[in-house]
Design a protein around this ligand. Sequence first.
Ligand code: CAA
Length: 261
Amino acid sequence: TRSYEYLLVSEPKPGVGQVTLNRPKALNALSTPLITELNQALGELNSSDSISAIILTGSEKAFAAGADIKEMAPLTFSEAYTKSFIESWSQLTTQVKKPIIAAVSGHALGGGCELAMMCDILYCTETANFGQPEIKLGTIPGAGGSQRLTRAIGKSRAMEIILTGKSVSGVDAAQWGLAARAFPSYEALMEGALKTAETIASYSKVAVIAAKEAVNKSQDLPLRDGVEYERRVFHSLFGSQDQKIGMKAFAEKKKPEWKHE
Ligand code: CAA
């Protein structure tokens, strides 16, 4: 892997890639150069044969404090519009087929909260600080916050957060279903994320990618279409070797040796 100015990329366990946002002076504010590096790093992990699951994290103090306010401040409408400012952020959701676990400690504000919500599983610490404070800057969320937060926790809670700019804790985030789990410490969070990533990496890559794809369809399709889509993908997996391997191993009470084919 190459080296980056604003990221650390590692493989903490075989099959698990980790991207750590590393711009401590600005609490990991998501500048355009940082996002460009993030897309590069995730693209490489996605195409690497040895990686099956990805962890995206920040520091103990900040997952990310949002878009870079100093970079954004002078933008004009025509610049933002013609250059599709922020659009490249969602490459994460279109380019990466492997599951991404967000491990959130500290601030996940504005674009930081939005980036975490783009991931497939969100874990946080109990003291994590989620919010969409754009209203305080005279603007609104621009990386999917009004849509993803509302789907995750419902309209009334999302309205309260987005209209008041008030933050919510990791405890609330987990209770409301924004996070899958809140951990009592930073160390427990990172250990929990790694364990889950290792579990995912122990399965057939083909099945894992199909499962992620099917769940994501639920966010875009009406129920009947989503169920049909799932059934098609389920049927197609009878064409994989790993389905035969997995079911044969079950019958023989053995551990499956995946071919990832
Ligand atoms: N952009 C640029 N710089 C930022 C930043 C951001 N979003 N967040 C923090 N920083 C910088 C600060 O300017 C400061 O730099 P200097 O030392 O050069 O002054 C440094 O990071 C440390 O920050 P603080 O001194 O403010 O740290 P703190 O611990 O006192 O406060 C905080 C932490 C509450 C997170 C505070 O930094 C803060 O409110 N940040 C902005 C949060 C925000 O409004 N985010 C939304 C951005 S808009 C957006 O994201 C749009 C979108 O939807 C895409």
